[in-house]
Write a protein that binds this ligand. Structure first.
Ligand code: F6R
Length: 614
């Protein structure tokens, strides 16, 4: 969703780093962009609908190279519309105090209508339909000489969520930033300080970062960072080192981040697994959980919360926990969970799955579960993210930054981490050493197995060509392949804009089969798991209605290959790993269909990478 960048330097112009920062945040999804720059002459604001490239050319026209040196402080923003259309007027930064103050904001101000009415009565002139603009006017109204205090006073009146950055011509050289519910990270360089919604916009300048916590407000000048609470008590936040560099967020020769991230999976999974398998005990080490075998043995039920792709990974988790650890497991869509007055307590382990670690509904589910006394853990990719921190314990995926909006390597890493967790839980219960040992061996082979799937990329691209014009598709699977069918359908919907539905293979004949014809390809997941023979029966039912069937089949399974119209092959593995090898085929299939349809693969329309609103 929206992205914030702020930059201040002792000696460097801010424009380049601000625009580059916005480019790094493009993956989050947005529809307009803007910049505010401060100099001795006051504040200048430039805004544009559409892409950051268009803002960049606006800046090139407006500010010749020779003039840029005088702007060493600025804030910038990419907006994903919530309140008001994506227009120039609604784009951030918003201004107040007759153009002396500029402010950018991520999140939602829930009481903005009441605040706006009050401010208008006192003469404030609003130029946009946004909720953000009220914050700019509020800050101006509270400015009695100290900028940080003015922002803090304004934020005390605000209900909702925010990450904000503000500058004011009344306080030259200062930027004030604050967060509650929307992430903000401060990169501390030698001569420069960069603020951004996430570290991808910072690592080009420094790897030393401070993750602000909810309720923090900071005054930033080229000399340093001064962090307080909204009540003005100073606080200290640790400076941490980011453990990846700029190469990790560049395309590295791939046409799209999505393809790069699909191909990164062998390495990503090797990182997820590294140091976490215990061959001697036939189990896994997951030190971030900080749970003793006795505590693990006391868990009576697992609840997995997440959204989208993370929810699908959680649904695979249900099969893994029930199969390996005999623990009843309920995957729950996080928004539904949080508003359902959920029945969870001290015997339940609530696992929050989130690549970004910032998804608003998943975070709310974490908070509700903590309130109810459940054992809570996070399964996140982004280190230092809000869910990871608030859950207090968990497993990091270590899959590396995921830039493509469509999540790929995070899914396989999540399922892998869930599998290791199920293995660990199982070994505190009835899972034997022999079974544990078998799984440890198979999990160690995972990077190699996924590498083999990737070797089939050209074959998958060929099959994609056959079906790229279809308007509707079905994906079917049984057991732990059912969530993979849902994930395959989600991928093709979001990146290729093909209407697709995922179903339990047996459910097709209870209604959806009415839609089958020669124009509706069915993708059938036929890896070797219990129930495969039954799915083969469902394949026959589809073909009898003339629907072409693309089968994802295990190498050497001639019967399955013969039953389908087109076979895409996966290597032989155990049932527990079949969701991972299968989904990689579906990711590539969706990618190629999207490419052939000319879609904007890395930033699909209307989507945002990190969904920080409800
Ligand atoms: C799909 C996708 C989304 C996310 C969902 C949750 O490709 O990316 O469905 O999976 O928005 O995001 P995280 O995992 O960051 O909580």
């Amino acid at each position: 969703m929206c992205g914030i960048v702020g930059f201040t330097s002792r000696n460097r112009p801010a424009i380049g780093p601000l625009v580059n920062g916005l480019r790094r945040l493009e993956y989050r999804g947005y529809d307009s962009a803007g910049v505010a720059l401060e100099s001795a002459d006051g504040i200048k604001v430039y805004k544009q609908t559409g892409k950051v490239a268009e803002l960049d050319s606006l800046l090139s026209r407006a500010l010749p190279e020779g003039e840029r040196g005088k702007y060493t402080l600025g804030i910038a923003h990419t907006r994903w519309a919530t309140h008001g259309l994506p227009t120039v007027a609604n784009a951030h930064p918003h201004i107040a105090d007759e153009g002396r103050l500029a402010l950018v904001h991520n999140g939602i101000i829930e009481n903005y209508a009441a605040l706006r009415a009050g401010l208008e009565k006192r003469g404030a002139k609003f130029l946009s339909q946004t909720d953000t603009e009220v914050v700019a006017h509020l800050v101006a109204a509270f400015d009695k000489g100290d900028f940080l205090t003015a922002v803090a006073e304004a934020l005390k009146r605000v209900e909702g969520t925010y990450g904000i950055a503000a500058i004011s011509a009344r306080h030259p050289g200062e930027m004030v930033v604050a967060r509650k519910g929307s992430p903000l990270v401060i990169g501390v360089g030698e001569d420069d300080i960069v603020v951004a919604s996430d570290v991808s916009a910072i690592v080009a300048y420094t790897r030393q970062v401070i993750y602000l916590k909810d309720g923090d407000i900071a005054r930033i000048t080229p000399k340093g960072v001064d962090i307080h609470t909204l009540d003005n008590s100073p606080v200290t936040r640790e400076v941490q080192e980011v453990d990846w560099d700029i190469g990790a967020i560049e395309k590295g020769g791939y046409e799209h981040f999505m393809l790069k991230e699909i191909f990164e999976q062998p390495d990503a999974l090797a990182n997820t697994i590294r140091g976490r398998l215990d061959p001697a005990g036939g189990t896994a080490f997951l030190s971030g959980l900080s749970l003793s075998p006795r505590e693990l043995a006391a868990v009576r039920r697992v609840v997995i919360v997440g959204c989208g792709t993370s929810l699908h990974a959680g649904m695979v988790g249900k099969y893994l926990f029930e199969k390996l650890a005999d623990i009843p497991t309920a995957p729950e869509q996080a928004a539904e969970f949080r508003y359902s007055n959920p029945i969870v307590g001290p015997d339940d382990w609530v696992m929050a799955l989130s690549q970004s670690g910032e998804t608003a509904d998943t975070l709310a589910a974490v908070r509700e579960s903590i309130r109810k006394g459940a054992l809570v853990s996070g399964l996140c990719n982004v280190v230092g993210s809000t869910i990871a921190r608030e859950a207090g314990r968990g497993v990091y995926l270590h899959a590396g930054p995921e830039i493509s909006v469509a999540s790929t390597k995070a899914f396989t890493a999540q399922v892998t981490a869930l599998l290791m967790t199920a293995l660990k839980l199982g070994r505190t219960r009835r899972l034997s050493f022999e079974d544990g040992d078998r799984l440890v061996k198979e999990i160690s082979r995972l990077p190699e197995l996924v590498g083999k799937v990737l070797e089939g990329n050209d074959a998958i691209a060929k099959v994609a060509e056959k079906y790229a014009k279809a308007d509707d598709m079905f994906f079917i699977g049984r057991g732990m392949l059912h969530p993979v069918a849902l994930e395959g359908a989600l991928k093709i919907k979001e990146v290729a804009y093909v209407h697709a539905e995922g179903y339990q293979a047996a459910e097709l004949k209870h209604g959806p089969i009415a839609l089958l014809s020669e124009k509706t390809p069915v993708v059938a997941l036929l890896a070797d798991i219990p129930g495969k023979e039954k799915t083969l029966g469902n394949v026959q039912e589809c073909r009898a209605r003339l629907a072409p069937v693309v089968g994802v089949v295990t190498e050497g399974d001639e019967a399955a290959a013969a039953a389908v119209t087109d076979a895409l092959v996966i290597p032989k593995t155990c049932a527990e790993l079949s969701p991972i090898v299968t989904v990689v085929v579906l990711q590539l299939f969706a990618y190629h269909v999207a490419r052939l349809r000319g879609c904007e693969i890395d930033q699909p329309r209307n989507l945002a990478k990190s969904v920080t609103v409800e």
